[in-house]
Design a protein around this ligand. Sequence first.
Ligand code: PHE
Ligand code: ZN
Ligand code: ZN
Ligand code: ZN
Length: 300
Amino acid sequence: GDKSELAGKAGAVAAVIYNNAKGSLSGTLGEPAQYHIATFGLSSEDAEPYLVDLQRGKVVNASAYIDSIVEKINTTNIIAQTKEGDAENCVMLGGHSDSVVEGPGINDDGSGSLTLLEVATQLTKYKVNNCVRFAWWAGEEEGLLGSDYYVAMLSPEENWKIRLFMDYDMLASPNYANQVYNATNAVNPTGSEELRDLYVEFYESHNQNYTFIPFDGRSDYDAFIKHGIPGGGIAAGAEGVKTKEEAEMFGGAAGKWFDPCYHQLCDTVANLNFAAWELNTKLVAHSVATYAVSFEGFPE
Ligand code: PHE
Ligand code: ZN
Ligand code: ZN
Ligand code: ZN
């Protein structure tokens, strides 16, 4: 929470974010009398609610007040793991099952959620050497709460069993680009270059262009890499503006967001690029198939 941001938010009805041990809750509050309520910060750690007194410009912590008027809810991560495969060596992948309060979240992240479900279903037809663990995270939009909680609760022994985490958030953006998290060992020692290279090779072998995007902690891989578990992932694009070069590489409209309905009411089933989704689902299947067979070439 940077208090200077508070002024800019005056007049807005802000979402109130709570963090509790089990996950998250969110609610939207109106304006009580001369006060505005606002919360700031992307991570659960600094999501402190404040009351802003508009007359006197006073800012006070509002935890106690909000506790008295907001209903708290618990949400749940869904975790599924193969029965077969070496349970000491797991590849994990995840998408988030929640959406923002503003809309249904079908691309963000219904697309990734459904991809994982399909890959999990298809995987039952095959044998795995390594265990495969799927996650449908709760509370991503409220500050990566579900994945944060999950990783924080792992004992050191359990942490070690997860050899790799792959993040699949927004796989069907209408004005898509093939975005690969630039997980370089040099910049972030736990970003997986091996995984990044697998994605690059996948797109190249399917005659597709790709771009690198910052591996900056904007999705559920954040807690993993902070706790020393190698990670990476892909996305089809959120609120960024597609450049002319990117329109040449991927088609679609330059000067428009990759997902024009990002975090809005219009993120419905009409907000999906099926060709992008199909290709990215094949990529997810390929990533699972690769690491379910072997972690050869991976750091010990
Ligand atoms: N994680 C962001 C969200 O759920 C979207 C995002 C995906 C941002 C990939 C950057 C890269 O809103
Ligand atoms: Zn989102
Ligand atoms: Zn998302
Ligand atoms: Zn393949």
